[in-house]
Design a protein around this ligand. Structure first.
Ligand code: HEM
Length: 135
């Protein structure tokens, strides 16, 4: 059963980070679109992905991670998981910001870019912590 949840955790966490990464980049790309119709069409697609793919797959990642944490006793082995969970809270916050930016038409490009870069850094650090378990 552990192997099943580990596989589920790997697939879902790749999709969670990947979806957020591409969605936040598409917010930057949308700012460059010339026509209002194109921007409205893209907004519709972004909103659907945010609601129907990002949130459910985030839920799968958290549930499978909880299962692994309980069944491997990871909470008691070092503090990498505690730092990872703190970063998870930051990542969830960035996901909320991404959702708000999807709903906004006029947005300074640097704010959209900041959210995109932060998602990359936080996601990479979480994967580093979980893979190497440095402390
Ligand atoms: C978006 C959020 C998350 C990402 C990106 C993520 C990433 C990862 C990665 C890359 C691994 C693989 C480690 C390896 O075997 O090499 C892993 C394992 C693990 N994750 Fe997560 N994770 C996330 C959420 C969570 C949550 C919410 C929990 C628990 C509360 C959790 C608990 C665990 C545990 C306990 C393992 C270790 C399994 C083991 O080595 O036996 N993760 N995670």
């Amino acid at each position: 059963m552990k192997n099943f949840f580990l596989t589920l955790h790997m697939i879902s966490m790749c999709l969670t980070i990947g979806t957020l990464f591409v969605q936040s980049l598409s917010v930057v790309f949308r700012l460059r679109l010339k026509s209002k119709e194109q921007a409205a069409g893209l907004e519709k697609i972004q909103s659907r992905i945010h609601k129907l793919i990002y949130y459910p797959i985030l839920g799968v990642t958290i549930i499978s991670g909880m299962y692994l944490a309980i069944h491997t006793g990871a909470f008691g082995k070092g503090s990498w998981l505690h730092v990872k969970l703190t970063l998870l809270a930051v990542l969830i916050g960035l996901g909320v910001l991404n959702g708000r930016q999807i709903k906004t038409d006029a947005l300074p490009k640097k704010y959209a870019m900041m959210v995109h870069i932060a998602i990359f850094i936080v996601g990479a650090f979480m994967i580093y912590l979980a893979t190497l378990k440095p402390f």
